[in-house]
Design a protein around this ligand. Structure first.
Ligand SMILES: [Fe+2]
Length: 129
């Protein structure tokens, strides 16, 4: 899988959301490069902890922006975020138990970026600056 670079089409035009999405893209690239069979399992687990912590922070941040500027979209995004966090938690637990591969987690994160982040978020945050 090649590295993903930031593209114009990913922009929401909300400065804070775009800043965080750029970091999310970086994290996704790092996970792809650094999660693998030959990597220290403690380091792998900590990388996944970093991903989960970042996702939680990012979602709270987005929800607060919505609450302030676009409250009618708040509940919808909050529901989507909850589902993503729960799925991620399940996948991480499953990887720790040896039932899910690192590759599956990377695949999940890539799909998340290209579905939720660059579709739902772009739609919701477009009117904001
Ligand atoms: Fe987002």
């Amino acid at each position: 899988m090649p590295r993903f670079d930031w593209q114009y089409g990913y922009q929401t035009n909300n400065r804070i959301v775009d800043l965080q999405h750029k970091y999310f893209l970086e994290l996704m690239n790092r996970l792809h490069e650094e999660l693998g069979a030959n990597v220290d399992p403690i380091y792998q687990e900590r990388l996944l902890d970093e991903l989960l912590a970042y996702a939680r922070f990012h979602f709270i941040s987005e929800e607060n922006i919505l609450l302030k500027y676009l409250p009618r979209r708040f509940a919808h995004q909050q529901r989507l975020h909850e589902v993503l966090v729960q799925e991620l938690q399940k996948k991480i637990a499953s990887m720790k138990a040896g039932q899910t591969t690192a590759q599956e987690i990377v695949h999940f994160v890539v799909e998340w970026f290209f579905t939720h982040t660059v579709t739902e978020d772009v739609t919701d945050f477009l009117p904001l600056s």
